[in-house]
Design a protein around this ligand. Structure first.
Ligand code: TMP
Length: 222
């Protein structure tokens, strides 16, 4: 990447149990091996305050929370993350891998909680300006399989306590966003084993890198 150029912002999305975090780790090794500076982070979280907010958001003992409170807490954590981590990293040319970002708010709060995409978009425009991920790797599994995997992992946080219909709405919202802007999204079937999904990720990644190098995509644009 040329000196002074903004870094690439890549996010990993999918419902619970889709396998995104495992695949993120695999890709981290691949990118780090090239010598590219990489910030690996997550949402909600990524800053000391953001991690505290994450604790509140996922704490099952909190029980129900108004959907608006949930969305605003998530964007409060996101504002910290953007100003203190993501924006400075991109500005110095680092690449950023983020385990979930605003697509998750469209999926979980916009669709899952039923707040609607417009409210999420208002906060997105306000806090992010023109910043959107350059690439979204969307790991797709059925809500049933995803929840089964989440249950088998043994932990059940506040979000994971939602019912199947919630995750079906979230999944559909993710897929709809991918259909809407296919140039920025790569949908990966997450239902296979880790190695098979890894092959699909490697293919999608190589294809995206070569397109980016040819300048088919605006770097860092909407
Ligand atoms: P995970 O990062 O371990 O998958 O869990 C984070 C949880 O937070 C997950 O259930 C999705 C949820 N979440 C939202 O509901 N909205 C958001 O905008 C983000 C980033 C996460």
């Amino acid at each position: 990447m040329a000196a002074g150029q903004r870094g690439q912002f890549i996010t990993f999305e999918g419902i619970e149990g889709a396998g995104k975090s495992t695949q993120l780790e695999r890709l981290v090794d691949r990118v780090r091996a090239t010598g590219q500076e990489l910030l690996v982070t997550r949402e909600p979280g990524g800053t000391p305050l953001g991690e505290k907010l994450r604790g509140l958001l996922l704490d099952p003992s909190i029980g129900t929370m108004a959907a608006e409170t949930e969305l605003l807490l998530i964007f409060a954590a996101r504002a910290e993350h953007l100003r203190h981590c993501i924006e400075p990293a991109l500005a110095r040319g680092a690449w950023v891998f983020c385990d979930r970002f605003t697509d998750a708010s469209f999926a979980y709060q916009g669709a899952g909680r039923g707040l609607g995409a417009e409210k999420v978009a208002v906060l997105e425009d306000w806090l992010q300006g023109d910043l959107r991920p350059d690439l979204v790797l969307l790991f797709d599994v059925s809500a049933r399989l995803g929840l089964e995997r989440a249950v088998n992992r043994g932990k059940r946080d506040r979000m994971e306590s939602e019912d199947l219909a919630f995750f079906e709405r979230a999944r559909e919202a993710y897929l709809e966003r991918a259909r809407w802007q296919p140039e920025r999204y790569r949908v990966i079937d997450g239902s296979a084993d880790v190695a098979t999904v890894g092959v699909a990720v490697d293919e999608a990644w190589s294809e995206w890198l070569s397109r980016a190098a040819k300048g088919h995509r605006p770097l860092g644009g909407r």
